[in-house]
Write a protein that binds this ligand. Sequence first.
Ligand SMILES: [Fe+2]
Ligand SMILES: [Fe+2]
Length: 192
Amino acid sequence: MFKLKLLTDPRWANIAEGNLEEILTDHAWCEQKATTNAITLITMLPEYPGIITELLNIAREELDHFQQVHEIIKKRGYEFGRERKDDYVGQLFKFIVQGSREDYIVDRLLFAAMIEARSCERFKVLTENIKDEELKTFYKELMISEANHYTAFIGFARKLGDPEKVNQRWEEWLTYESEIIKSYGKKESIHG
Ligand SMILES: [Fe+2]
Ligand SMILES: [Fe+2]
């Protein structure tokens, strides 16, 4: 799936299902961050009106996901906790190059694509392994949406940079991610 080099152990889904209040809180904040990230990318790409249009749509979709998760939390009487720290995303962030403006923006886009790819994979593991019917359906829908975002971010990167170089760099991202993800898969959070 998206050429991810290491797939999540399905037992992670049982850990997640064991604490739905926590996973939903963490998930809601992931969607909030995805919204913010899409808006931040807009500020970096003023000379690409086509990409901005698509980023606006992505930001809206992420905000909609945030709202949907928040509604589920409220409906179930769970407590919506404070923003959770995402160590996985923090580690990915460190891999972004601080080179030329173009290289930096391409890497910001690949960073976004990487999070979409892993999130999508995690939603797949949830939808295939949890028993909660409402969430099974919900995560299936999100899985499709995040897969489209992944494709979009990779596409933007290829528009900005030399496609060959972007593909090479994406391979480096996949390798880096496969190393860090080894220490995850044990906690009730989307990337935990
Ligand atoms: Fe989302
Ligand atoms: Fe997304």
